[in-house]
Design a protein around this ligand. Structure first.
Ligand code: NI
Length: 136
């Protein structure tokens, strides 16, 4: 019995698409759709994992963003200041002309840390937010 299939169209920056195509070639993916299906499953699994975290823990939030997106740096700073109760330290690395990486050591409840990671991840220009749980 086959799954019902829906067709959607998405927009991507050209450079991202080129990168995707290069990686598909080297990974022997049959199609972009197959790779995007896997990426969506991965995104949902990560969301499920995050939403099931409970209690207090120590963690690291790693983010990569494009600092040339207007207003983004200010927004990130603002969010971090509002979460000063759980951010124990932060480190900034300039990756190249546009991209920055920031790591935040956090300690707090799952809900606080999740909220912080979700807020950062939803900003336009933020390319990646990873949450690593280091201990409870
Ligand atoms: Ni930077």
């Amino acid at each position: 019995m086959g799954e019902k299939i829906a067709r959607i169209s998405i927009t991507l920056p050209e450079e991202l698409l080129r990168e995707l195509d290069r990686s598909l070639k080297s990974q022997d993916y049959a199609s972009r759709s197959e790779a995007i299906r896997d990426a969506v499953r991965d995104f949902l699994a990560n969301y499920k994992w995050r939403s099931e975290l409970e209690g207090e823990f120590l963690g690291v939030v790693v983010m990569v963003y494009d600092h040339e997106v207007r207003g983004l740096t200010e927004e990130i700073l603002e969010i971090q200041h509002r979460s000063e109760g759980i951010i124990r330290s932060s480190q900034h690395l300039h990756l190249d002309e546009r991209n920055c990486m920031e790591t935040l050591l956090v300690k707090g409840t799952a809900e606080e840390i999740r909220k912080l990671a979700d807020r950062l991840g939803a900003l336009r220009g933020v390319k990646q937010v990873k949450l690593v749980v280091a201990g409870t």
